[in-house]
Design a protein around this ligand. Sequence first.
Ligand SMILES: *[C@@H]1O[C@H](CO)[C@@H](O)[C@H](O)[C@H]1NC(C)=O
Ligand SMILES: *[C@@H]1O[C@H](CO)[C@@H](O)[C@H](O)[C@H]1NC(C)=O
Ligand SMILES: [Ca+2]
Ligand SMILES: [Ca+2]
Ligand SMILES: [Ca+2]
Ligand SMILES: [Ca+2]
Length: 443
Amino acid sequence: MCSMRGTFVLLCVCVSLSLHHHTMSQSPPEGDSLMECTDGYEWDIESQHCKDINECQTIVEACQGEMKCFNHYGGYLCLPRSASVITAPEPSSQSVAILPVESNEAFNPCPVGYDAHGEGCVDVDECVLNLHDCQPSQQCVNTVGTYSCQCPDGYSKIGIECVDIDECRYRYCQHRCVNVPGSFSCECEPGFQLAGNNRSCVDVNECELAAPCQQRCYNTYGTFLCRCEQGYELGPDRHSCNDVDECSYSSSMCQFQCVNDPGRFSCICPEGYQLESTRLCQDVNECETDIHQCGEGQTCINIHGGYQCTDSNRCQEPYVQGSDNRCVCPVIKPECGDLPFSIVHRYMSITSERSVPSDIFQIQATSVYPGVYNTFRIRSGDDNGEFYIRQINNISAMLVLARALTGPKEYTLELEMVSVNPLMSYQTSSALRLSVFVGPYAF
Ligand SMILES: *[C@@H]1O[C@H](CO)[C@@H](O)[C@H](O)[C@H]1NC(C)=O
Ligand SMILES: *[C@@H]1O[C@H](CO)[C@@H](O)[C@H](O)[C@H]1NC(C)=O
Ligand SMILES: [Ca+2]
Ligand SMILES: [Ca+2]
Ligand SMILES: [Ca+2]
Ligand SMILES: [Ca+2]
């Protein structure tokens, strides 16, 4: 009976077995007074024809479950509810009006969904002919013998409508999901970018992408870090590097003066001094170099912050040059009576702001005689009492600085040692002329 193949086989099952009696009406069988009609038809007295039975109305629950009943000539169809069966247009008119099955009076020997053309039946494209009842939200898909109403991608059927699938409910995206009608998209948190699969998020290497840091850039998961070279510190914007003013840290960064430079700092020393290691200042010994300009017959004396040129022969009348670089006043000269017998010249250089009291120079008798007492005193040059003598024993004494001095200053102290031999009623004195140079700084 069902000569149709393929997809039609299913249709055949659903359709009553009388499909091949696809006639609009039947004449009563010849000579049969009972007016019997074939299955699916009944005799209509009024029209004197066999008339199709609407099984959808006469049979209770003609179709089960989700199936919908469609009446058909000589039978009926059980089709999914989404399907709809539209009869072919009346051959006499080009109208595409959808006609109810019951009222279709045109003769079409083909099954539902087919049109008679020449020898055979051809599929009706209900979608093109607009002979479908798909919802505006649905897509009509023509198939051989019928058609279906389908939802576009990204939509699912709820009731008779196509409703957008909220893909975001299914955790498609690693970070953020944005649902849109018919689709969705994934978004990533700042610092991440969408991977090739459009769902995962991968870290953005900001250091390679741009140059966000002024100096060093370190990529991290989700962000990046800026770091600065030594001597610089990260600015409030976390990107730029600002020079560190090391000089502002402490006044002791340099012994004399701190100079801030980009990325570093340096110490400088005043003239006459040179940098020792990085922060200390050391006096330049001009006498050991060619810097000094002492002439012939002069002696270079190195002092803190500079140097002095003195006459090599410092003996002044009535003194004459003696041995050991001493100046001696010959006893035969009458003016030598009250003067020290000998004068020795010495010099010393001290820094400013020395803590006091401090021992600065020791004097010692060069020759020792039994029974001789030696006393020491400052004969001149200490008008303001900045020095004093502390006797150590009868042959030596210490010159002590009593007050802190601020240079540059020069003192010439005449220290005297008086030697007395009480047994022989003998007294003599010798002097030490000490030049004390006070440097301009505390170093
Ligand atoms: C990701 O999205 C882009 C742009 O929308 C598209 O061209 C590409 O094919 C998608 N890739 C995958 C794997 O879906
Ligand atoms: C120091 O003076 C004493 C007298 O008080 C004397 O006896 C002694 O010889 C002197 N010492 C020296 C080393 O001259
Ligand atoms: Ca969607
Ligand atoms: Ca990163
Ligand atoms: Ca600096
Ligand atoms: Ca010097």
